[in-house]
Design a protein around this ligand. Structure first.
Ligand SMILES: Cc1cc2nc3c(=O)[nH]c(=O)nc-3n(C[C@H](O)[C@H](O)[C@H](O)COP(=O)(O)O)c2cc1C
Length: 331
């Protein structure tokens, strides 16, 4: 295999690894175009959640997560890559262009994040009483900072106000019939669509500080909550300096870095975004943090039951989301 063939196959493998990325409502709002040893990542705007995400913030964050997954796969395989975010010569849907560079010496963190990609799952069950050690929490903060975001870990005295904001966001969304329609659409997908949030991943009610988002309107929630109470859980908010497409892409990369770092350390994770989707509660979160920065995601971390107990969540097949110049489907 020539050096250029090796780069091409590393790129294809990295883009396939990125298909595991988490996304809002599991919309998987991305399209990849491969051209030799370069790749382009596009937003699939048809998959934007019109009610939940009118600006496309969470759609763009989700693509940023996929971009970071691909970057970690390449880095761990020793492939250097140059990433242009929102290149000026591309359409507004072009998130990033990746160009392969010379070899790269992977760091331990990059290897660990890459290895965590297939193990990471959103676990909505309550976590155990075991606290997250300070050094592990510091590693999560550092992972976000390396990607240009700040992870604000909530102090125990801030959690009740955060819980109020999350509950308020849930109530405000749920009274909107258009929201309920969108939720029902994305939680009752036909099996061939390979997207959406299956009700099997929703958790039955349990006593806990912050109940997870309601994902099972009128259908049986699949999962038993187990014995956890979330007493040891950490709640954290990610913020970026700019509330625009570039900020959201970097934000998604930081969300990926934090989730994969946590998974590598044996933590369970669950993103929370309803509190961000509703303007008044996003503002309440910002005031709680006392920052001028922009919150774009919240996350719960903790020690959970084994992730292997979690039901499968679908992913769209590679041929639907990856087009290549070789097969005549990419520009
Ligand atoms: C930007 C973003 C926002 C999300 N918001 C929520 C949320 O509010 N509540 C929730 O339970 N899961 C949320 N998730 C998790 C997705 O539902 C989950 O990633 C998707 O269903 C795929 O499942 P998996 O993470 O187990 O692979 C979010 C994920 C992302 C990337």
């Amino acid at each position: 295999m020539t050096r250029s063939d090796a780069r091409e196959s590393a790129l294809t493998a990295a883009v396939r690894a990125a298909l595991h990325a988490p996304s809002v409502f599991n919309t998987q709002p991305w399209q990849w175009h491969l051209d030799g040893d370069a790749a382009e990542l596009y937003l699939d705007s048809d998959r934007r959640l019109e009610v939940v995400d009118p600006l496309g913030r969470l759609m763009t964050v989700s693509c940023g997560v996929a971009l970071h997954h691909a970057r970690m796969a390449l880095a761990a395989e020793g492939q250097g890559v140059l990433v242009e975010r929102r290149p000026a010569d591309g359409p507004p849907t072009l998130v990033a262009r990746l160009h392969m560079l010379l070899d790269h010496e992977p760091t331990d963190d990059e290897r660990a994040m890459y290895a965590a990609i297939p193990c990471r799952r959103t676990d909505r069950r309550p976590y155990s009483d075991d606290p997250v050690p300070g050094a592990v929490a510091a590693g999560l903060v550092a992972a976000a900072r390396r990607e240009g975001a700040v992870l604000h870990i909530l102090r125990p005295d801030q959690v009740p106000a955060f819980a109020v904001a999350v509950a308020r966001a849930g109530d405000l969304e749920m009274v909107d019939p258009e929201y309920r329609g969108e939720l029902i659409r994305w939680t009752n997908r036909p099996p061939w669509s390979n997207d959406g949030v299956p009700p099997t991943t929703a958790v039955r009610p349990a006593l806990r500080a912050i109940p997870p988002r309601e994902f099972s309107l009128g259908v049986e929630r699949g999962m038993h909550p187990g014995s956890g109470t979330d007493r040891g859980a950490l709640f954290a908010i990610l913020t970026v300096g700019r509330d625009d497409e570039t900020g959201w892409i970097h934000g998604g990369e930081a969300l990926s870095a934090v989730l994969l770092t946590a998974t590598a350390k044996g933590l369970a994770t669950a993103p929370i975004s309803d509190v961000i989707e509703v303007g008044v509660t996003r503002e309440a979160v910002r005031r709680l943090l006392g920052t001028a920065r922009h919150p774009y995601a919240a996350i719960r971390f903790g020690y959970g039951a084994p992730a292997t107990d979690l039901p499968a969540v679908p992913r769209r097949p590679a041929h639907e989301v990856i087009a290549s110049v070789d097969d005549g489907r990419a520009r």
